[in-house]
Design a protein around this ligand. Structure first.
Ligand code: FAD
Length: 428
């Protein structure tokens, strides 16, 4: 295997793009203080500021250090539980409302990207989902023809004999094209949301960790690494990076490393020969892989779960590359330029959660699908903080479950990944 000498252990998307923010002292008092400057926090901040609340966003690291600056940029319908499963749990009406939120999330991002001049390389090219086994293909084809009414996506079934029109591989047993899927440059999206927030008057302070939150008269006192701030309202928008600041939330999200690599520059012609329609690609395995052409169409960006337990991203390059070349052996002698990891936040019911507990707002738990969900639910929770009725969602009031003895360290992850991998290998 060939690695580029001096391979960069940082996201391809961030090269030369991490902004330097003004290092002004923090305001002593604000109306809204938001912890976490990812899609959720910045989207929420824009709404609170637009409603007239003096708003401060704190980011413990640099802008883009969290998932929002290092994801795959794939935009797809993104709720894990099916309508049938949600109907059993919450009744068909609520289930329908919850599923509709995921459609609204894509529509919101599309409108930001195409109407509001948010420059994030939005590409409405659709997505291809490869079937890992023949049985998976039959199930996918069946589901495409039996979608719940009102929740239909535009799907074309692609038999194995025709799949070279989507991807130059015989690895899959056919698949489905989801025509409404899209892709973005994730870091550009983050920078655009940062700009929208600061244009609205939001103050963003990076390398500033919120260390503790205490109730105080009229709100909260938030101790940060740059001093104390009094805030009337607080939002926890820390997703897979939720830590000691908020043990209640930490007990409810499961941080899981998602690992990515990016090839050397291959040239647009070569990438197009591999993925002719330039779609985002994923497949039906339990331990899913996801990949796509880079936004400039010159490289392939590939991601997945590379290890049983968490690893240095450079230690995962060989495994990720072999996962990639099992699908696209044409890339066998290709060099890998970048490798990185980020922490997505799963939840025990595989739904995102937003709301308020003991006066503190929260919004998190996108289960690896936050590119459309985080900007949208961030917008909604910001509106809720501002007391606006349009901030209501069908997810409001759902219990946010945890499990006994779970404190935020997922000891069960390695055995689960092993079991899922085994089931994938057996074609189950
Ligand atoms: C490798 C990878 C690939 C992915 N691919 C996709 C994809 O293709 N499609 C998709 O839909 N989703 C994808 N995701 C998921 C998506 O990126 C996330 O769901 C989304 O970005 C979450 O946004 P967020 O703002 O909630 O959290 P984040 O962007 O993670 O931001 C949380 C921030 O909180 C900060 N923070 C934590 N604690 C503190 C504190 N005490 N004080 C101050 N700041 C703090 C962190 O530093 C972090 O920057 C991927 C994720 C990863 C890691």
């Amino acid at each position: 295997m060939t690695l580029t000498p001096g391979i960069t252990a940082a996201p391809f998307w961030q090269e030369g793009r991490v902004p330097t923010l003004p290092s002004d002292p923090l305001p002593g008092e604000v109306d809204a203080l938001i912890v976490g400057a990812g899609y959720t926090g910045l989207s929420a901040a824009r709404e609170t500021a637009a409603a007239g609340l003096a708003t401060l966003v704190l980011e413990a690291d640099h802008i883009g250090a969290g998932c929002s600056g290092r994801n795959g940029g794939q935009v797809a319908y993104s709720l894990k539980p099916s309508f049938a499963r949600l109907s059993t749990l919450h009744g068909p009406e609520r289930a329908y409302g919850i599923c509709r939120e995921a459609f609204e999330a894509i529509a919101y991002l599309r409108s930001l990207a195409t109407q509001d001049d948010v420059d994030c390389d939005w590409q409405a090219r659709g997505g291809f989902y490869g079937a890992h086994t023949r049985r998976h293909f039959e199930r996918m084809a069946h589901e495409a023809g039996h979608q719940p009414k009102g929740l239909e996506q535009r799907i074309s079934v692609v038999p194995r004999a025709e799949q070279h029109s989507e991807i130059a591989t015989d690895y899959y047993h056919g698949g489905c094209v989801y025509h409404d899927d899209a892709s973005v440059d994730p870091m550009k999206l983050l920078l655009a949301l940062l700009r929208r927030a600061t244009d609205q008057g939001v103050v963003v302070s990076d390398r500033c960790c919120a260390e503790s939150i205490h109730k105080a008269a009229g709100g909260f006192e938030v101790l940060t690494s740059k001093g104390m701030v009094r805030a009337r309202k607080v939002l926890i928008a820390t997703n897979g990076y939720s830590g000691a600041l908020s043990p209640w939330h930490r007990r409810r999200v499961i941080p899981i490393g998602s690992y990515q690599i990016c090839t050397e520059r291959l040239g647009a012609d070569r990438v197009q020969a591999l993925i002719p329609n330039g779609r985002s690609i994923s497949d039906s395995r339990r331990v899913v892989v996801y990949y796509r052409p880079s936004a400039d169409g010159e490289r392939v960006v590939f991601g997945g779960r590379a290890a049983l337990s968490e690893q240095d991203p450079l230690a995962c390059v060989a495994r990720l590359k072999s996962m990639l070349t099992r699908i696209l052996p044409q890339l066998d002698s290709t060099r890998i330029d970048h490798a990185w990891v980020g922490w997505v936040a799963y939840t025990f019911d595989t739904l995102p959660h937003l709301g308020e507990r003991e006066g503190i707002h929260y919004c998190m738990g996108y289960c690896g699908q936050g590119v459309p969900l985080a900007p949208y639910f961030g917008m909604k929770i910001g509106q809720q903080m501002a007391g606006l009725a349009r901030g209501r969602t069908a997810l409001d009031g759902l219990p946010f479950p945890t499990r006994p003895y779970y404190r935020g360290k997922p000891w069960f992850l390695a055995p689960s990944v092993w079991a899922y991998r085994t089931m994938d290998a057996l074609g189950l």
